[in-house]
Design a binder for this molecule. Structure first.
Ligand code: MLT
Length: 264
């Protein structure tokens, strides 16, 4: 598997670039990193060129200026494609915050997208109470630390079914959260609290779009995702059973099957 560190403006971005075929961007959620796609990269690389970065400040990617709006992450992705000499349209697959970045990417670079896969993600912006909560969380992370955040947050992201080995998954999710720097967590919270409401953009999206939700996702409900799918003329919604917010990690076979069916 080819791993690269790319210099993009003030950042050193760590990217997996694996496989050949139509390009497929995999963009992780908050406050995670590209290891959340561990069950997808090799599978999708059998038919696609998988480009899977750690967003600036997350995983192994460093940046001088923390990204406090999601548009900056979208710009980083456009630069990654330039540096990797990807000239054709890409399939954009983003989970949760990765999906919020997807709407920004579509808005600014519609000519770069062939298909969208919106996983466990919303189009609406935060209501004032949630936005206020994020701003408070952005300050308090420096006091509480990432270990406590990891212990509080990981169980909320996952559907708990001991038969699925969710303990192993929970440990790996906790590790991802714990290893993220407080600076990046704070920047991510601010960026999400300031994000625009993308709901009115959805009817303008004309590329094929697949929404994938988890049956027990507490953060992004399946009802909301299916309402959003109805706003795009060429979209469909599928629900993954026995999954929470992290469908690619929790139910990789069902997730991969749906994505490959859509792409191929
Ligand atoms: C994520 O998984 O990216 C986050 O749950 C998104 C959010 O906090 O809205």
């Amino acid at each position: 598997m080819l791993k690269k560190t790319l210099s993009i403006r003030d950042a050193q971005l760590h990217v997996v670039d694996h496989g050949e075929g139509p390009p497929l961007l995999l963009i992780h959620g908050f406050p995670l990193n590209k290891s959340m796609w561990e069950f997808q990269i090799v599978e999708f690389a059998k038919t696609h060129r998988v480009i899977c970065p750690d967003l600036a400040g997350f995983g192994l990617s460093q940046c001088y200026e923390p990204r406090v709006n999601l548009r900056s992450h979208a710009d980083d992705l456009a630069d990654i494609l330039d540096v990797l000499n990807v000239r054709e349209r890409v399939n954009f697959c983003g989970l949760s915050m990765g999906g919020y970045i997807g709407w920004e990417f579509w808005k600014k670079y519609p000519e770069k997208i062939s298909r969208i896969i919106a996983c466990n993600t919303r189009a609406a912006s935060d209501n004032p109470e949630v936005a206020r909560g994020r701003k408070i969380a952005a300050k308090s992370i420096f006091k509480t630390g990432t270990q406590i955040l990891a212990q509080q947050m990981a169980p909320r992201l996952l559907y708990h079914n001991p038969q699925l080995g969710s303990n192993t998954i929970q440990t790996s999710v906790e590790k991802m959260i714990e290893s993220t720097s407080p600076d990046s967590i704070a920047a991510g919270q601010l960026a999400m609290s300031n994000r625009p409401d993308a709901t009115s953009w959805l009817p303008m999206i004309d590329c094929p779009t697949l929404f994938i939700g988890g049956q027990y996702d507490e953060i992004t409900t399946t009802q909301e995702m299916s309402r959003n799918a109805a706003l795009i003329c060429n979209a469909q919604f599928v629900e993954i059973k026995k999954a929470g917010h992290l469908t690619p990690l929790e139910q990789p076979s069902a997730f991969n099957h749906q994505v490959l069916k859509f792409l191929n």
